[in-house]
Design a protein around this ligand. Structure first.
Ligand code: UDP
Length: 237
């Protein structure tokens, strides 16, 4: 499948049209601007690692009945996906408190949450992706009705029910993660974007060592090693 025209460039990926109207190529980028605009230029093959990890996770989710935009991997950094209209809501699922949750509500870092917390953030860089509630989602026309919000929450929780034990079996705690959904040509809500150490927090079950983009953001070093370790465990190697 050939890339024809650049349709969209985000922080982590570029989307290209193809000669098939309903298919796009998602190219996973190497640069690290997604983490911190000032710290670019330390590429380590992140695109290929994230593409491979996402591929395995999308396959696992599809196998468990979750509809995704994934079709197949074209090469190390390029994935063939279904074209969707992205819903501009970042659906964040949390099992353990850390990051913005601990800052916003002074919950102690590392607290195991008594239930799976689902949050919505408005996908808008110029506003720094603020947290929003259900009514904001309707007010901003991000979805057509409350039923769609319930669907996003249900799908988010279902993904967690599949992924949490999967990562647990690989010696990783799935701390929290961000999902993006879109509507396909038949108006079905399907999972899109990526699932990788850029969009999830993984802590080693034994040591609590961070194996995700926080290694980079918190200057912990060994970012490449961490992403490679996640891929290795996901592949069961
Ligand atoms: N996240 C993401 N993209 C964003 C914001 C958050 O992928 O633009 C993910 C992040 O990797 C983490 C979860 O969503 O797994 C929760 O992030 P949080 O709200 O704690 O924000 P952060 O501390 O990462 O800025």
């Amino acid at each position: 499948m050939e890339k024809i025209e650049l349709l969209y460039e985000g922080k982590g990926k570029k989307l290209y049209t193809t000669n098939s109207e309903n298919l796009l190529v998602s190219e996973f980028k190497d640069d690290l601007t997604a983490f911190n605009a000032e710290k670019t230029g330390t590429e380590f093959g992140k695109g290929a690692l994230n593409c491979k990890i996402s591929t395995e996770i999308f396959k696992l989710l599809e196998k468990n009945g979750i509809k995704t935009h994934f079709i197949n991997m074209l090469d190390d950094s390029n994935m063939l996906v279904k074209k969707v209209d992205i819903i501009n809501i970042e659906v964040v699922i949390r099992n353990i408190a850390t990051g913005s949750l601990t800052k916003r509500l002074a919950i102690k870092d590392g607290t195991v949450l008594p239930f799976t917390l689902v949050e919505f953030y408005y996908k808008d860089d110029s506003l720094n992706d603020p947290i929003i509630n259900d009514e904001h989602c309707i007010l901003l026309d991000l979805v057509s009705n409350e039923g769609e919000l319930e669907e996003l929450k249900r799908l988010g929780r279902e993904v967690n029910v599949i992924l949490k034990p999967f990562f647990e079996s690989k010696g990783l705690k799935l701390v929290d993660f961000k999902l993006e959904f879109g509507k396909d040509s038949e108006d079905n809500i399907i999972l899109a974007d990526e699932i990788s150490p850029d969009s999830c927090r993984f802590w080693d079950t034994q040591t609590n060592e961070k194996l995700d983009k926080d290694r980079f953001r918190q200057n912990l070093g060994n970012v490449k090693v961490a992403y490679e370790e996640v891929l290795k465990r996901v592949l069961g190697e």
